[in-house]
Design a protein around this ligand. Structure first.
Ligand code: NAP
Length: 563
């Protein structure tokens, strides 16, 4: 039986668009669909808005994009009034901002929380999606939009014995809402990516002992998080419209221009002075997050200069030479993972109550009732924190039973690696849209910029098609194939081709059994913007449009008064 064979909840459509996810992407999607006059409902499995910021409440969680630029475009008055108190916002501050955006735009009335999409099925005859929630509710919609985020499916490694652990254990991406104290406790932290780097220094301040289980050593740059006054923020706020435009044209979804310096052509003395200065103020990463030919994502010589500089900093900062050496990354370029920024990360390993354990040298074999056993040792702990990451980019799409025209699920469709047209759509999945999907710039960016970029384009496409009386949109299979070839070529033309050497989640290598392929579009947000403009000007080249048989939206039932 398919979802369509089940008894219908009512004739016709329940809504025009069903959006999954109430993070930044789902919120903007709701805002824009309402502007088009389309009846929209949003589902989220969380109990409140926030998406990734709803779940990531671990100690130290904050954003790696400066607060002033981690704001949405559609609440300009709020953005002028909103006072960010630090250069990089905490999870609490970002959630408070999102709550205020949602309140101002009266979003909650269209969002169903604690409601999970479990299956969705395309019906060719009526050209509708029928979606099923975990409560058994069926929702028929014309459009189905997955605003489910690139980092939603958290991964706890499959370690034997975890069920028998007598202490507490947490995954950072599913952190409890009530405060979790670590005072006087022995804590194991597994994972040293962006998340581990944030949580370790904060936990170490309270814990009796913190044991860090590191697998692949990482390059960590100082965040240089500083307090921010309204006076500091004012010049940026005054230029918001221009800066937003610049962010759309930037490589990384931010308005900062790439560095002009050619590091490999400078004298050793001059470049040391420059890098030292940037290391203190923040900004070394700018040499390895842009795609210009003289910068470190394209030029190995420049990458080596920056990587060596960071290696030197690790040796200078970590007192114990053996620990410093274990923490020093070799064998892959800097910047091919998302740049990790931290506060007092390397310094934390100089504390008496912090120990490093290299999982590469001595792997974890099981969780015992009282801690962790490695091949060569046993560690007694009270708490285990898994900062072990996500089934990135594809997990939130493949974990749901979404079936297109041929009856294939997304997981089946992507068996040989993810495939989309512009990160937005797949052939055989009409009217299904992915926000920040693989094949788009998504995670190689300020994600607010890229979600808005994708949604603006999609809204233009839907509006354009509807103006012609066409309400079914589907990526052309050839256009999709050619786009994915281009995505692969672009990655090959940069040092991202070496991402697998760093076990990067950009490639899927961190998930056992997942097809290994570099997933995002690495041409830069600005280049992608130009491509979207070009596709738009060329009558939305690559998107087939057709008319559906008329299926009317069931109007809202009048609500009883006083309830
Ligand atoms: P991650 O980058 O995937 O890091 C996961 C860590 O866990 C890695 O050190 C990994 O080692 C380790 N690990 C995984 N499985 C393991 C196992 N079985 N045994 C031992 N170690 C294991 O995940 P994340 O730190 O949560 O970050 C994911 C992304 O979220 C970031 O890249 C970033 O985009 C975003 N994020 C951003 C911020 C921010 O804005 N500041 C903060 C947190 C997260 P290997 O490297 O060897 O796989």
């Amino acid at each position: 039986m398919t979802l369509h064979d089940a008894p219908a909840a009512g004739a016709g459509l329940d809504v025009d668009a069903l959006v999954i996810g109430a993070g930044f992407a789902g919120m903007y999607q709701l805002y824009r669909l309402r502007k088009l006059g389309l009846r929209t409902r949003v589902l989220d499995r969380a109990a409140g808005i926030g998406g990734t910021w709803y779940w990531n409440r671990y100690p130290g969680a904050r954003c790696d994009i400066p607060s002033l630029f981690y704001t949405v475009s559609y609440t300009p008055e709020l953005n002028q009034k909103w006072q960010w108190t630090e250069r990089f916002g905490t999870h609490e501050a970002i959630r408070a901002y999102m709550e205020e955006v949602a309140r101002q735009e009266d979003m909650h009335r269209d969002i169903s929380f604690e409601t999970t999409l479990v299956a969705a099925d395309w019906d060719e005859g009526s050209a509708t999606w029928t979606s099923m929630t975990d409560a058994g509710e069926r929702i028929r919609s014309r459009y189905l939009i997955m605003a489910t985020g690139a980092l939603s499916e958290s991964r706890v490694p499959d370690l034997p014995g975890l069920g028998g652990f007598k202490g507490r254990w947490f995954h950072t991406g599913r952190w409890p809402h009530e405060p979790v104290g670590f005072t006087g406790r022995r804590v194991a932290v597994i994972g040293t990516g962006s998340t581990g780097v944030q949580v370790i220094p904060v936990v170490a301040q309270d814990a009796a002992e913190t044991i860090v289980f590191q697998r692949t050593p990482k390059f960590v740059l100082p965040a240089v998080n500083v307090p921010m006054t309204e006076e500091d923020a004012r010049p940026v706020k005054e230029m918001y419209p221009a800066l937003r435009k610049a962010a759309r044209r930037g490589d990384y979804g931010t308005p900062f221009p790439p560095p002009a310096e050619h590091l490999d052509e400078m004298s050793v003395q001059d470049r040391e002075t420059l890098l030292e200065d940037l290391y203190t103020k923040g900004g070394v990463g700018s040499f390895v997050v842009s795609y210009h030919d003289h910068l470190g994502l394209k030029k190995q010589e420049v990458n080596d200069i920056v990587a060596d500089f960071v290696r030197k900093k690790i040796r200078e900062t970590v007192d114990d030479p053996a620990t410093a050496e274990t923490m020093t990354p070799y064998g892959y370029p800097i910047g091919i993972n998302r740049i990790i920024i931290g506060t007092d990360y390397y310094e934390t390993f100089n504390r008496d109550n912090v120990r490093l354990h290299s999982v590469l040298d001595d792997p974890i074999v099981e969780v015992t009732a009282t801690g962790l056993r490695t091949q060569n040792a046993e560690f007694e702990v009270d708490d285990i924190i898994f900062a072990t990451g996500y089934d990135g980019m594809t997990g939130s799409f493949t974990s749901v039973d979404v079936r297109g025209r041929t009856g294939k699920t997304i997981r089946e469709y992507w068996a040989d690696g993810p495939s989309t047209y512009l990160g937005l759509q797949m052939a055989d999945f009409p009217n299904l849209f992915l926000i920040t999907g693989p094949g788009g710039p998504s995670v190689l960016s300020n994600v607010i910029t890229t979600t808005e970029q994708s949604i603006d384009f999609l809204m233009g496409l839907i509006e354009h098609a509807r103006a012609d009386g066409l309400d079914v949109i589907e990526a052309d299979a050839d256009a999709e194939r050619r786009w994915m070839e281009h995505v692969a070529d672009v990655a090959q033309g940069s040092l991202y081709r070496d991402s697998y050497k760093a076990n990067s989640w950009y490639t899927g290598l961190n998930v056992p059994g997942k097809k290994v392929v570099f997933m995002p579009y690495a041409g830069g947000v600005g280049t992608f913007e130009t491509i979207l403009e070009d596709v738009t000007a060329d009558d939305y080249r690559g998107f087939r449009r057709s008319a559906a048989a008329r299926t009317e939206v069931v109007p809202d039932q009048p609500q009883p008064a006083g309830g």
